[in-house]
Design a protein around this ligand. Structure first.
Ligand SMILES: [Zn+2]
Ligand SMILES: [Zn+2]
Length: 137
């Protein structure tokens, strides 16, 4: 159905006008609080990446994968170049762990072990949602 757009799908972030006080680790611009599927995240209007608490990220992944009724979509192999990025945690400025997400979707995520924050680039959550694999606990 939307096969052509599948690779470029982005999350439906609903931005508020409240600035979060942290900078986007990719673009270095101010980020804002945003709502994503009812969960509060901090997101960048420029690159549409977002920052979530680890628990909220897991909740989003679980909920979205359970609700998803579309076709399983393999998003291609992991892009090894992405593992080189490395970015700074916007909250504590430690270097974030850049690693392959352990779940479905072949995506690379950045997480801060100090703050338990996860940074997702635009479209990564959608890739996780659509990837084949277990959908229920
Ligand atoms: Zn950005
Ligand atoms: Zn941190």
């Amino acid at each position: 159905m939307d096969q052509t757009t599948a690779a470029h799908a982005s999350e439906p972030l609903a931005f508020t006008d409240r600035e979060s006080g942290v900078l986007c680790p990719r673009c270095r611009v101010a980020t804002r609080f945003a709502d994503l599927f009812g969960t509060k995240v901090v997101a960048c209007q420029q690159c549409a990446g977002f920052l979530a608490q680890g628990d909220e990220f897991r909740y989003l992944v679980e909920t979205l994968r359970q609700q998803y009724r579309g076709p399983d979509t393999l998003s291609g192999p992991l892009d090894a170049n992405q593992l080189q990025y490395g970015c700074e945690c916007p909250a504590c400025f430690a270097t974030m762990d850049t690693h392959a997400y352990a779940g479905p979707g072949a995506v690379v995520i950045d997480s801060c072990p100090n703050c338990k924050l996860v940074w997702l680039d635009c479209g990564e959550l959608i890739r996780i949602k659509r990837a084949p694999g277990r959908r229920r606990r």
